[in-house]
Design a protein around this ligand. Structure first.
Ligand SMILES: Cc1cc2nc3c(=O)[nH]c(=O)nc-3n(C[C@H](O)[C@H](O)[C@H](O)COP(=O)(O)OP(=O)(O)OC[C@H]3O[C@@H](n4cnc5c(N)ncnc54)[C@H](O)[C@@H]3O)c2cc1C
Length: 383
């Protein structure tokens, strides 16, 4: 006869709660620990709308959106794909829709609906509002020590997310890749305070050859393109330089000047980029914004073009504390990709962002939470 499983899930966020939901279909003896309210971390997702996945049906194409974890996720996504996520949400009675850019949301646009419907399915399980401090391997299973209790379990799932929770693994000597902020605004050496709030649309990152928007802030730059860059370069040492092309490579400024000889340069350029930014950079280049088209000589024209084609920003840090996810976590070399069980410790599993896995904006991080939660639950069911 199968020995009764007594399962402990540490962290009732996206992945831990979903893992509990999967496991609850077979087991009743499941205890969830969280230092705060269960699934509170889902509430701010997608600006309160919960961008729960992204319509990438090809596994490799999906995995490409994870600067950390890409190859490791192949087998995870082959077991629980975007298609499975949509079916799961349907089963939870949460209808979804897909935006043109592939982002998937609940039809209600409400992360609260997602939270409530998942909680409804797991609220019969034991929940301990406690902070887990330590887990100790025993001859048969695990001892879990929290700030309020001590309890033994046969299986332990660590789903403490990317922001804290690594200290409970300290005594196990599991390698943790130092967490760094990702999907975050970046601090710059240049002071953009006077133009904070201005958005440059559809500009190109020379490093990544992708086009999106940046926003100037009091501390540097933010916006979707910055988020992607912060993710790709999350492990890069500061300071480093980013280069943007603010205009089309083929933009023929000379012809525009010829056609507008009596127009101020600030008005000529503000047809391409926001006026306040034009004024800001012209003054930086010692060019009067009121200079007429015919007064711009070849040298000044090239100065302007060089600036706009090679707009450089020096990154000095991340807006720490504001990150959406972290790059880093449990070293993937420590974990079997087929089972998500520790290679060193039997019946110790990891799911979600606690692993050294993180994706771009667009629903990829929650997809990782659902898929890894499923694989962990299957591994425990098959154990
Ligand atoms: C503002 C914001 C918006 C986001 N929007 C999106 C989005 O739209 N789409 C998307 O895909 N991703 C989004 N993300 C990222 C996504 O929310 C996370 O990747 C996801 O929640 C990770 O799930 P998780 O279960 O690994 O960790 P979490 O959801 O962070 O849950 C971890 C849980 O563990 C608990 N915990 C930690 N340590 C302990 C301990 N020692 N003892 C007990 N409990 C502990 C925490 O209290 C927490 O409840 C967003 C993140 C943020 C911050």
């Amino acid at each position: 006869m199968e020995k009764e499983k007594k399962i402990c899930i540490i962290g009732a966020g996206a992945s831990g709660s979903m893992c509990a939901l999967f496991l609850s279909q077979k087991y009743k003896n499941i205890t969830l620990y969280d230092l705060s309210e269960p699934l509170r971390t889902i509430l701010p997702t997608g600006g309160g709308r919960c961008n729960l996945s992204n319509a990438k049906n090809d596994i490799k194409e999906l995995a490409q959106n994870y600067p950390r974890g890409e190859k490791f996720l192949y087998s995870v996504f082959s077991r629980f794909s975007v298609y499975d996520t949509i079916s799961l949400f349907e089963e939870l009675n949460i209808k979804t829709y897909t935006q043109e850019n592939g982002r998937i949301f609940p039809l209600s646009n409400s992360s609260k609906e997602v939270r409530d419907k998942i909680l409804r399915r797991i609220n019969h399980l034991n929940f301990k509002k406690e902070k887990v401090l330590k887990i100790i391997p025993k001859a048969e299973g695990w001892e879990v020590i929290s700030d309020k209790s001590k309890e033994n379990y046969t299986h332990v799932v660590v789903s403490t997310g990317g922001h804290f929770g690594y200290s409970l693994l300290k005594n196990l000597n599991i390698n943790i890749i130092e967490p760094r902020p990702s999907l975050v605004g970046l601090k710059t050496k240049e002071n953009f305070k006077e133009i904070s709030g201005i958005v440059l649309k559809n500009i190109k990152s020379k490093e990544l050859s992708i086009t999106d928007d940046i926003l100037f802030t009091h501390f540097g730059i933010s916006g979707p393109l910055t988020y992607t860059l912060s993710s790709v370069f999350a492990r890069k040492e500061y300071p480093y330089t980013l280069t943007f092309s603010l205009i089309d490579e083929n933009y023929d400024l000379q012809s525009v000047l010829n056609n507008n000889p009596h127009k101020d340069i600030k008005n000529i350029l503000s047809e391409l980029i926001p006026k306040n930014f034009v004024k800001y950079f012209l003054i930086k280049l010692n060019i009067s914004p009121e200079t007429k088209g015919h007064e711009i000589n070849g040298k000044t024209r090239d100065k302007i073009l060089n600036y706009l084609r090679e707009f450089k920003v020096t990154i000095t840090g991340a807006d720490k504390g504001e990150e959406t996810v972290t790059a880093g976590g449990v070293d993937l070399k420590e974990v079997n990709p087929k089972t998500l069980m520790s290679k060193e410790y039997k019946n110790l599993y990891f799911c979600g962002e606690v692993l050294d896995i993180d994706g771009f904006c667009g629903g990829f991080n929650l997809q990782n939470a659902w898929s890894t939660a499923f694989v962990v639950s299957e591994s425990i069911l098959n154990d």
